[in-house]
Design a protein around this ligand. Structure first.
Ligand code: SF4
Length: 382
C-alpha cells in the first residue's frame, strides 16, 4: 500500500468486506513520493507555452486556459488561447467585450456557454474584486463558470495555494495508486481525492507545479489504456501495479445516455438570400447563427417549424443533404430541406432573423455544426 498516503485517510484495498485499512501518516514517504513525481515532471514535461517562464503564472491567463481546455484537446485549444490573450490581454479588456465578440473568438471550440461564462467572470472580477482575480478557491468558485477544478488550478498555479486540481487524469492516477475504484465523472470521488491530495500539496514548495505534475503523469504515463508502469516514477508506491491490474482502475465511469435525434434544417431562399436565425442565448448553441432548425419527435417538419418557430412553410419531402453532429448528451442527424413560404420571416424589429447571401454565410458567428451545413448548402447550390 502507498506509505505516503496521509494517516487519516482510510482506504479499502481488497480486504474482506467491512475491514478497512488505515494508512499511517508518514511525512518522509510523502516527501519521497513528491520528489520522485516532481523530478520526473521537470525532466519529462511537455513543452507548453506557459511552462517556458519559471515561477507563478498570471491568474487571468490560467483562468482562460483552464476554461478553454475543459473538454478540448490541448492541440486544438492552443491557437485559440494565443489569439484570445492577444485580443484580450487583461481581465478588464475581456470584461468590455461583447457577446458577439467572445462567441466569434470561440468559434470551433464548442461548448459556447464557456465563452459567455468567461466574459461574465471577467465582469464579476472587475465589478466585485477591483479587477484582481481572487486568490481564495472559494471566491474563485463564485465566479461564473468556475468549478472546483478551475478554482484550484488558478489558486495553485497563480498564487501558490495548496489546492489540488483534480481532473479525470488525476482521478485515474490516484485510483490506481490506491487500487480503489472511482467514478471519474463523480463529484464525490473528486472531492474525496482533493481531500486526500491536500497534504501532498501542503508540503510542496510549488503546489501549482505539483498539480501540473500529477495531471501530466496521468495524461502521458498513467494513460487509460496501456499505462507505462516501467517508466512511471511512482511505480513503487502503486498498489494497482503491484497487484498487476492497473487496467482494473478506476473502473467504469457513469456514462450519460446519448440520445439520437432527428432534426430538420430549413433552407428557405428569397431573392438570392437565405433565411437564418440567431438562436436564443439560453438555447443549445445559443447566440450563434444557423438555418432555422428544430428537433423532430416523430412529427412532420412543417408542423414543428410552425409550432416552435412560427414559420408557415411547405417543406419539400426529400432532403437535399444530411449533416451529423454530436453534443455531450445527444447526437443530431440534421436533414436539410428546401421549403416555400414564410417570405416575410425576418421582417420587423426582431434581430433574431436575417436574410443573408449564400456567399456571406461563412462570415456569420456560428458553430461547427452550422459550418457543416454552410458547406452542404454551397455544395448543393453548385
Ligand atoms: Fe499508473 Fe502504472 Fe504508475 Fe501505477 S505504476 S501510477 S498504474 S503508470
Amino acid at each position: 500500500m502507498p506509505p505516503w498516503w496521509p494517516g487519516e485517510v482510510k482506504v479499502f484495498l481488497g480486504s474482506p468486506p467491512g475491514r478497512r485499512v488505515s494508512l499511517p501518516a508518514a511525512p518522509e514517504d510523502t516527501r519521497a513520493f513528491h520528489e520522485a513525481l516532481v523530478g520526473w515532471f521537470e525532466a519529462h514535461q511537455r513543452e507548453l507555452p506557459w511552462r517556458v517562464e519559471a515561477g507563478e503564472q498570471e491568474a487571468y491567463a490560467v483562468l482562460v486556459r483552464e476554461v478553454m481546455l475543459q473538454q478540448t484537446r490541448m492541440e486544438t485549444a492552443l491557437p485559440y488561447l494565443e489569439a484570445w490573450l492577444e485580443r484580450w490581454p487583461t481581465v478588464e479588456a475581456l470584461a468590455g467585450a461583447s457577446e458577439d465578440e467572445v462567441l466569434d473568438a470561440w468559434q470551433g471550440l464548442g461548448y459556447y456557454n464557456r465563452a459567455r461564462w468567461l466574459a461574465n467572470a471577467a465582469r464579476q472580477v472587475v465589478d466585485d474584486h477591483g479587477g484582481k482575480i481572487p486568490r481564495d478557491p472559494n471566491e474563485l468558485q463564485a465566479l461564473s463558470g468556475v468549478g472546483p477544478y478551475t478554482a484550484a488550478a488558478v489558486a495553485s498555479m497563480a498564487y501558490g495555494a495548496p489546492a489540488p486540481a483534480v481532473d479525470g487524469n488525476v482521478v485515474r492516477l490516484v485510483s490506481r495508486l490506491q487500487a480503489r475504484r472511482a467514478d471519474a465523472a463523480s463529484e464525490d470521488a473528486k472531492a474525496r481525492i482533493r481531500d486526500e491530495l491536500t497534504p501532498l500539496l501542503q508540503q510542496a514548495d510549488d503546489p501549482g507545479q505539483t498539480n501540473e505534475a500529477l495531471m501530466e503523469l496521468g495524461a502521458t504515463v498513467c494513460t487509460p489504456r496501456d499505462p507505462d508502469c516501467p517508466g512511471c516514477p511512482v511505480a513503487s508506491w502503486c498498489t494497482a501495479h503491484r497487484q498487476g491490474d492497473p487496467g482494473g482502475y478506476p473502473g467504469e465511469a457513469t456514462r450519460a445516455k446519448v440520445h439520437e435525434l432527428d432534426v430538420v434544417a430549413l433552407w428557405l431562399e428569397r431573392a438570392g438570400q437565405v433565411l437564418v436565425r440567431r438562436r436564443p442565448s439560453d438555447a443549445l448553441l445559443g447566440g450563434l447563427w444557423g438555418l432555422p432548425m428544430v428537433e423532430l419527435d416523430g412529427q412532420e417538419p412543417s408542423q414543428v417549424l410552425e409550432e416552435e418557430l412560427g414559420l408557415k412553410v411547405d417543406v419539400e419531402p426529400a432532403p437535399v443533404g444530411h449533416v451529423r453532429h454530436a453534443f455531450t448528451h445527444k447526437r443530431w442527424t440534421v436533414a436539410i430541406h428546401r421549403a416555400k413560404g414564410a417570405g416575410d420571416a425576418g421582417e420587423g424589429a426582431s434581430d433574431e432573423w436575417a436574410w443573408v447571401r449564400l456567399e456571406d454565410l461563412e462570415g456569420l458567428v456560428s458553430s461547427t455544426l452550422d459550418g457543416k451545413v454552410w458547406t452542404k448548402l454551397c455544395h448543393s447550390e453548385a
